[in-house]
Each structure stands twice: as C-alpha cells, then as structure tokens.
Design a protein around this ligand. Sequence first.
Ligand SMILES: [Zn+2]
Length: 325
Amino acid sequence: MASTQPAFGGMFRQLIELGVIEINTEPLDDLIERRLKEFWENTSCPRCGHQHLMTSETRDRVRCRECNFNPVYTYGTPFHEKHLSCGEVLLAFLLYADTLLSINQIVPLLGRTYKTVHTAIRDVEAAIQRGFPVVWELLDQTIDGPTQVDESGRVCSGYKGQEPPRNSRSRGGSSRSGRSRWRGRHGDQLTLVAACRDSLRVIRGQRGIDYSGDLNPVVQEAEDLSQPLGEVWTDGLQAYREMERDHRTVIHKEWYVSADGVHINQAECLFSLIQPWLRKFRGLSKQGLEQAAHTFGIVRSLTLAGESVDSAIDCLVIGSFHSST
Ligand SMILES: [Zn+2]
C-alpha cells in the first residue's frame, strides 16, 4: 500500500499518534447489538431451521431451544471475527461511504491494519447492497415522478500512478463537452450510468472503453425499486442510441427525449457529487470501483429519503441474514 502522498498532513498525523483523536463507538456498538439480537429473535435457527432462538441482554450468545446451537450474536454477519468492535466496523464503512476519506486515511484513525479495515468495509458493503432493496421497500415513502437517466461525462478509471485529468468543465455547454478519460497502465476504465427518481439514486458502472450506451440495467434497477416506473427522461444522444436498440429489444416504451437535456439535472447533480468522492479510489480495481459507485447511490438514496444510521444498520443486518440462508 505504498502511497506517494501522506494520508494526512504531518501535524494531523501527529495528533492521531498522540491519541488526541479518540474514537468512542460504544453507543454504536450498543445500537448494533440490540438490532442484531432483535433479528435473531425473529429468524430461524441456521442449524435446525426452527424459530426458537433466545437472546439475553447480558449475554453475547444466542441459544436455540431446539438444537442448543449457541452462536455469538454477530455470527454470520460482517461484524463476526473482525478484530474490530461492531461500531468500529460500521464506522469504517460510513467513513468510507459517507466522507471523502480514503481507506488509507481511515486506517490510522482506527489504528488497525489496512487489511482488517479493508475487509470490514468490503464485507459491510456487500451486505448493505444485498439488504438495501428490502429496507427500501419497507420505508414509508412514495417514489413517483419521472426517472432521469444519464451517463457520466467522463470515464473513471482504476488507474495507477497518474494524476486524474483536470476538470476542464466548459460552462453552458452540453453535459459531455468536458469529457476526459483517466488512463492508466492497467487501462481499467469505467463509465457510470445513473438513474434518479425522487429520492432514489441508482448508479452502475459500465465496463470498457467501447461504451455501448446501454442505460437499461440502471432503468431496470430503478423500476425494481420504485414500481411502476412511468416516464424515463434522458438526453438526446442516449435516447438516439436507445431507439436503435429498441428496434431489437423493446423494453421501455415511455422514454421521453428532451432536446436540451434540461430534464436530467438531477442526474448531472449526482455526477458532480460522486466525482470528488470517486477520486479517492485511484488504483482500485474495476470491480471495486463499480461496487463503490453502486454503494454511493444507496447511501445517497437513504440520505435523500431522510433516513438515518438505523436504516444503514437494517440494510446491513438484513443483508447478512439473507446471505446465510
Ligand atoms: Zn436450532
């Protein structure tokens, strides 16, 4: 993990080493413990399948009255055997997903190895992605209005050892006049496609330089998360490609084309937010970058829906229990 730039300035790093920046995750540890135990009480035993699991406020172990299976309450979740407390695991993820700090910068704050923090973040991320659709559907909200779809004005890249391109954004021009590519030795390149509807934000990476302009996967995902879909708004260029595509596969009949693209400003706004955030992933693999972009959409959706850390915990817990069955 050699980095040419220090994660923090020297003085701030000294404060970390002096122990000035103390992190206390106890309230978060308690919150997660309570939530996990609630889920155990309402789920079936992973060993015998009976729904007779008992928890205790004072004990770390859950017990099945049927088969006596007694795992710790973190069993089967990303919190299990992490060398980090539950709260630290979630904190690592939230620092990664909800701030501009890179994993290299989060590591000294938590005082653990890079591998420990990285594994925790990736495990939480995978569980949250699995749990999000369930939690999103349970939220008390109505998603309506048109769905705005757009592709990112530049190709992000998991390149190594080079500076990102200057942001030569030309004012008043079209959304893609400032397009530039991050090129690296490994040539990992990615275009982002986003769908925005109400508080919902879906972001997916499209691999490769020969980007086909396929907006359907994100539209499909937006539909799954907010049915029925209704109108899809995009700008002229994509819609043209889409019409060509539609000759072969008619998926969405209601795509609406705006000549000047003014109706996709939600999507353009989303890209302006995600780009500084993605800059911290220089050197990340394509897969990692795709996953990170998708995570950004989930965290942004929960934020716009007025949701809190509790919903993130719910996504994580539901996602964990989904994978174990
Ligand atoms: Zn059992």
